[in-house]
Write a protein that binds this ligand. Sequence first.
Ligand SMILES: *Cc1c(COP(=O)(O)O)cnc(C)c1O
Length: 468
Amino acid sequence: MRYISTRGEAAPRGFEDVLLAGLAEDGGLFVPEAWPRLGAAEWRALRGLPYAELAARIIHPFTGGALGFEELHALTRAAYAGFRHPATVPLVQLGPRDFALELFHGPTLAFKDVALQLLGRLFDHVLARRGERITILGATSGDTGSAAIEACRDRAAVDIVILHPRGRTSEVQRRQMTTVLAPNVVNIAIEGSFDDCQDLVKAMFMDAPFRAEMRLAAVNSINWARIAAQIPYYAAAALALGAPERAVAVSVPTGNFGNVLAAWAAKRMGLPIARLIVGANRNDILARFLAANDMSVRAVEPSLSPSMDIQVSSNFERLLFELLGRDAAATARTMRDFRATGRMPVPDPAWRAATAEFAGFSLDDAGTLAEIARWHREAGYLADPHTAVGLAAGRACAPADRGVPVVTAATAHPAKFPEAVERATGQRPPLPPALADLHAREERLCVLPNDLAAVQGFLRRHALRNAA
Ligand SMILES: *Cc1c(COP(=O)(O)O)cnc(C)c1O
């Protein structure tokens, strides 16, 4: 299996290179040269497998022989051993045709753990074989940072440095990062905003000598391996509900379009997914695109589902590439125009192709609270605000055929957003026991000014200390 760039100007690569590179050097995103496809008998053979084995079976074709099946299976077993539920990603029935696929039983209570717990181990495995080390560098406004830190803690070949804006993340979010005391984890609180943190990270990646010296790498959501690691849970849900004989619809609360793209990839692999439903909060660019081919950027507005407060969904480029018939030149042109004008000129046939597979729906904060209250009242279920957007989208866009179940990706544990849940239901969801003492744990972080030289100097000194 080789990977090509959506912009066509980068040489094809194998799985390991794509894992370590993240973005292609032409600015495009890597996609498989061809999609692996499973027949009905092959899907049936996956029914009832433990999740770690199912995941290894589905991801293995994407590794193109870079890892043996048993090697990969050992990594998926280790990745999911720490999840708090024996099913790893349990499917919970909420209504006659409504199901929540709970993806939040990992260490940081959000779905990003499912991919990142595997990614950290894949990095370590590949780097150990090559005798190399990397430093993962990223900026976070909250959730992604903690999931990346949990994924990289105690990995032998990886250091991780995460910048967050000092005093501008929630207490739980900060503590989930700063109470990880592993020696390869560095938390830096920047005296500035999240944008300042992102600018510092960008500047460090653009500083080629520094980038090479520190062997900087990223784990952001455009990394192909993250998408691949999100495909298996859609298969697990569909198989449990009767696939390949019975189709399901999937509803995904969406930000960067990574999670719903994984569902689309599962469909490309032959899983019968009747409809892909995209849930958005008031930042509704994807819903506007699907409703009226209006992909135009507006200012990001804060909402109760902050992990979806995004205007430019970076993974959309992968779908665009397919909608444009895998025409890399047209994809590159469209993305350039989008960047320059804030409007994406998607040709009408490509837009129609998108609307044949995807439906979009957006919900404001009041609607989100009402949806949380509804599921609490009707099913005794506490949904976090992101999950609530997905559940509402699933109801609004469910296929007419009532025999098609609607599976909503439950992307965060309700205890991660206790204020919203309490406002809607009067109940404050408690943290799971493993995190109950979070507020009593020791923190380690370093506060630095919003100054590139200061941050780079700090990283150099830290790297020297680790090498000694
Ligand atoms: C990251 C995140 C999302 C959005 O996922 P994308 O892959 O960016 O679409 C939704 N919900 C929660 C809780 C998240 O952390």
